[in-house]
Design a protein around this ligand. Structure first.
Ligand SMILES: [Zn+2]
Length: 186
């Protein structure tokens, strides 16, 4: 199985090809949307993270840990504002300075993220090359990226499709000897 470095290298090399094909298909269906440098950079991050993400279920610890800490970033995005607001409303924290409240909210977000990610990873479906190595997982990842970025990014479809194909490129690399397995649904 290719290691982290190989998967990342494959991700970097295939991203321009993916963008080219995306533009060709967009032109064919006459939906040419101009991709800005920001769209391309964001699509790149989603693609690169996707090209490593399936090995979240790997027994290879550095790679698993790297992927996990990246995912905690999503927890900050989901929980930080909500928690900060709640902490501001708590009576016994009324005189707490704002930077301290921010610190508590950030620490709590990361703790929740770590708890959730580790809980999910202990589920039986996360055995190596199980569900996380499937196009359904790629689609879920793409959907999450879509939901998270929709309020923030104009070209969110491109970034979500990049996320999905990042995972797909990972599957193709893993199953290069049996490429049909890259299309397995779970
Ligand atoms: Zn893999």
């Amino acid at each position: 199985m290719p290691n982290l470095a190989t998967h990342l290298r494959i991700g970097v090399l295939t991203y321009p090809v993916f963008v080219f094909l995306y533009n060709v298909v967009s032109t064919l269906v006459k939906k040419t949307a101009h991709l800005s440098a920001f769209d391309l950079a964001l699509g790149y991050l989603a693609f690169i993270l996707g090209s490593d993400l399936p090995d979240l279920d790997s027994t290879n610890a550095p790679l698993r840990n790297l992927t996990k800490v990246f995912l905690y970033g999503f927890a900050i995005y989901v929980f930080y504002d909500f928690l900060l607001e709640k902490f501001r409303a708590v009576a016994f924290l009324a005189n707490t300075p704002e930077p301290v409240l921010g610190l508590i909210a950030l620490g709590t977000s990361l703790t929740i993220g770590a708890g959730l990610v580790n809980m999910f990873l202990s589920l039986p479906m996360f055995y190596h090359r199980g569900f996380v190595h499937s196009i359904t997982f790629g689609a879920i990842y793409g959907l999450l990226v879509y939901l998270f970025l929709k309020p923030l990014v104009e070209n969110v479809i491109f970034v979500s499709v990049s996320a999905f194909f990042g995972v797909f490129v990972h599957l193709l690399a893993d199953y290069r000897n049996r490429p049909w397995k890259a299309f397995k649904l779970w």
